[in-house]
Design a protein around this ligand. Structure first.
Ligand SMILES: [Zn+2]
Length: 286
């Protein structure tokens, strides 16, 4: 008698598993395939909804052609006073608002790596917002704007700038890194032209800064931002050897894998663009 019950239970279990896999697995699969070709509003809505917290909800859209996307390059967020690298905070806000209003999903370094290596994206329209150097105004002006809009950005910091009053400090860095808004990555120790250095010096600039971020922020620092955009094959090789996964340059263009993960192009944002002019500039860029 007992044996019969055991077999019956076993049989019921099998039926249940079979039913569950039919109901749950199949529709997901077909849905995902259907989504790849569409630029549906569903995806845009999803991206805004999931931009801040639940990663598991992200539906990745695969592509048959190579994905390319803008990596925006900002530096100091302040009045330019003739310096084309400085963008006023009010303009930065308009740019971020334009991206938000137009359904752009802001990538983290981790997501950008997936886009580049697996040729799929978490939303139809993607952008990676990067700020170089680690100016204090990135914390006082940029961080609140991004937080309010629930958008993400990556700041590449120069570790030797710690303690300097124009740059954010460790507490501010940690506050940003622990938020869901900012990723902190490496802009080396001392911001030297890497292509002019001896191998051992390149290694220490890249390795020491990575080790410092890894330890202080409990992360695996994956992105290197070349100081002044200077690099060569030697620098690329050492960057990869010490554990970086990607590097961003100052060469103009959309980022794509075929340029190489250690030679990613960016779109430099200069002062003087309101939201619409910025949108036109970024979308017409190649
Ligand atoms: Zn720099």
């Amino acid at each position: 008698m007992k044996k019969k019950w055991v077999w019956l239970l076993f049989f019921l279990l099998i039926v249940e598993v079979a039913l569950a896999s039919f109901i749950f697995l199949n529709p997901f699969k077909t849905k995902e395939v259907a989504k790849t070709s569409s630029s549906s509003t569903e995806v845009t809505a999803l991206s805004t909804e999931t931009s801040s917290t639940s990663k598991e909800k992200t539906k990745w859209i695969e592509s048959d052609t190579e994905i390319s996307f803008p990596i925006l390059m900002y530096h100091s967020l302040t009045e330019p006073e003739g310096n084309s690298l400085k963008v006023p905070p009010a303009e930065f806000k308009e740019h971020m608002k334009w991206l938000k209003d137009n359904g752009y999903y802001t990538l983290t370094p981790e997501e950008a790596y997936i886009v580049l290596t697996e040729n799929k994206k978490p939303a139809e329209k993607i952008v990676w917002v990067t700020l170089d150097d680690g100016y204090l105004n990135n914390y006082t002006e940029g961080f609140p704007i991004l937080k309010d809009l629930k958008m993400k950005a990556t700041i590449s910091y120069i570790t030797s700038k710690l303690g300097s009053s124009s740059y954010f400090d460790l507490a501010q860095m940690k506050e940003m890194a622990q938020s869901d808004t900012i990723n902190i990555e490496s802009h080396t120790v001392s911001h030297l032209d890497l292509n002019t250095l001896e191998d051992s010096h390149i290694t220490s600039e890249l390795k020491d800064s990575k080790a410092w971020f890894d330890k202080e922020l409990s992360q695996n620092t994956s992105l290197l931002c070349y100081p002044a955009g200077r690099y060569d094959e030697r620098v690329q090789r050492i960057a990869e050897e010490v554990g970086y996964k990607m590097a961003i340059t100052t060469e103009p263009g959309y980022a794509k894998k075929s340029d190489g993960l250690f030679a990613l192009k960016r779109v430099r944002i200069s002062p003087g663009y309101d939201g619409n002019a910025f949108g036109e500039f970024v979308t017409s860029y190649q």
